[in-house]
Design a protein around this ligand. Structure first.
Ligand code: ADP
Ligand code: ASP
Ligand code: MG
Length: 471
């Protein structure tokens, strides 16, 4: 039996956390036989190595020559602390220290080059930000060897072949599968434990890419599918998927089971506990996914499986995305004119902006949709250019963005079609003075998304969450 396990930043965030993680790996190996391990960069909250690497690159780009050397010292301290706590001087301590030093030197020289050239490409960002995982795998694999087990640190640049869409690269499944099987199966057969970098892949030319922030979960699913794994387990710092982000809602409760569709909806609409792309390889491979807490391992966590036929409309979880804008295209001359929607979304797509949701228009005289606030000005300008003629004729009167709003999404199979549920949600919001700006077009059976003012989001989440726990 093959189990793929991914450990997030906090699970490898210190020597003590890496010890817990190693215990869990060894226990799983006793039960499952073959275990492949994927880990993130070290990240004891709130200091995450990936954030530090990115901050170094961005500050160097602005001409700041002081920040990245300071961050290099911090990176060195974080990794040295783990090495000192885990590896003995008689063992591999010096070797691994030297390897980490090489990555930190590289970080410093890349940031220096960014500063001198005054250029920071997505490609350079991926090379720099991917180094956190390359450092953490070397430490954990050496620790497993120190404990007496065969283990090898592997950079996923050898395994996951992607396109060249830096910062959000897409894996090429067939070639990845061949590489994974050729490289990992012999190791597993020899009873070794591969410790593989999350987050990164490489183009066909071997240039490092990343799968997007939080992408190590996706790495685990990709490798699980490529290995035909029996299960994929994501180890994090909370008891599985919860009814709300426990950092924001203290009464949040752990959810024992969810369907792939429910979790995808939650992740897409902001629940950070799992990366939104993780589910697809698992669905395609028919691989159950489990989310568990490294710091409370006896808790069963959440099991994510095929959609259950039973859609009773139970409210399961609520999530929110802040910092979005609603773009409105308005005009009396739009009524019945074919092609306006297609041209609108075509223009947005050309700007490489993804639309988070399309809201229910109040009448045919407007099209409204949500984009990240950072893209709003560019989207309005792009649409004004695309519709210059219609604006001139006043067929379209106004293209504008409403900023500082939020999307609140409530998830549960069948909630859209179960009688009375939407009514309960809207009453709870109304009774608590949350003004609903818009609701999402009902495309899925698994969630309802509501657009509210940014200032209302905390109250909206709290009162919707009360409905979930009161059931
Ligand atoms: P990791 O480094 O293990 O991948 P992340 O920080 O990426 O950890 O994700 C785990 C965090 O996700 C939790 O600490 C929690 O604050 C946050 N989170 C947001 N929404 C939820 C939710 N619905 N259930 C559980 N955790 C959530
Ligand atoms: N280390 C990467 C990040 O912080 C990937 C991950 O943690 O999943 O985005
Ligand atoms: Mg994560």
């Amino acid at each position: 039996m093959t189990l793929v396990m991914k450990f997030g930043g906090t699970s490898v965030g210190s020597a003590a956390a890496m010890r817990e993680t190693a215990d869990l790996i060894l226990q799983a190996r006793d039960t499952w036989g073959d275990v492949a391990v994927i880990i993130s960069a070290m990240g004891s909250k709130p200091v995450k190595v990936t954030d530090l690497l990115l901050e170094g690159a961005h500050s160097a780009f602005t001409g700041d020559r002081d920040t990245f050397p300071r961050l290099a010292r911090l990176l060195r301290d974080i990794h040295y602390e783990a090495i000192d706590g885990l590896l003995s001087p008689e063992g591999e301590r010096q070797i691994i220290l030297a390897e980490i030093e090489r990555f930190i030197d590289r970080f410093v020289s890349l940031c220096g080059a960014v500063g001198v050239l005054g250029e920071l490409t997505p490609r350079a960002l991926d090379t720099i930000s991917g180094m956190g995982e390359q450092m953490s795998v070397r430490i954990l694999a050496a620790y497993l060897r120190e404990l007496g087990y065969e283990s090898e640190a592997i950079d996923a640049t050898e395994l996951i072949l992607t396109d060249a869409n830096f910062q959000n690269a897409a894996p090429q499944i067939a070639s990845t599968r061949k590489r994974v099987q050729a490289r990992l199966l012999p190791l597993l057969e020899a009873d070794a434990i591969p410790v593989i970098t999350g987050f990164i892949g490489a183009t066909a030319d071997g240039v490092t890419t990343t799968l997007g922030r939080g992408g190590s979960d996706f790495s685990a699913a990709i490798l699980g599918q490529a290995l035909d794994a029996d299960e994929v387990w994501i180890w994090t710092d909370v008891d599985g998927v919860m009814s709300a982000d426990p950092r924001l809602v203290p009464g949040a409760i752990s959810i024992p089971t969810l369907s792939f569709r429910e979790v995808s909806e939650l992740a897409y609409y902001g629940a950070k506990v799992i990366h939104a792309k993780t589910m697809r390889p698992c669905v395609e491979g028919g691989i159950p996914l489990r989310i568990k807490n490294t710091f409370n391992p006896t808790h069963p966590g959440t099991v994510i499986e095929e959609d259950s036929p039973q859609q009773n409309g139970t409210l399961k979880a609520v999530t929110a995305i802040n910092g979005v804008s609603m773009i409105n295209v308005e005009g009396k001359g739009m009524i019945g004119v074919p092609g306006i929607a297609a041209r609108t979304f075509g223009a947005v797509a050309r700007l490489d902006v993804s639309v988070l949701l399309i809201t229910q228009a109040s009448s045919e005289q407007s099209i409204c949709f949500i984009v990240p606030e950072s893209a709003a000005a560019a989207v309005v300008a792009g649409l004004e250019a695309a519709f210059a003629e219609e604006l001139g004729r006043h067929d379209i009167e106004r293209i504008w963005s409403r900023d500082k709003i939020a999307i609140v999404t409530i998830v549960g199979s069948g909630i859209q079609t179960t009688y009375g549920i939407a009514g309960r949600i809207f009453s709870a919001l109304g009774e608590n003075q949350v003004n609903v700006i818009a609701i999402a077009q009902g495309s899925t059976e698994f969630g309802i998304s509501i657009v509210v003012a940014g200032d209302d989001v905390g109250r909206a989440v709290e009162h919707v969450h009360n409905l979930i726990v009161a059931r």
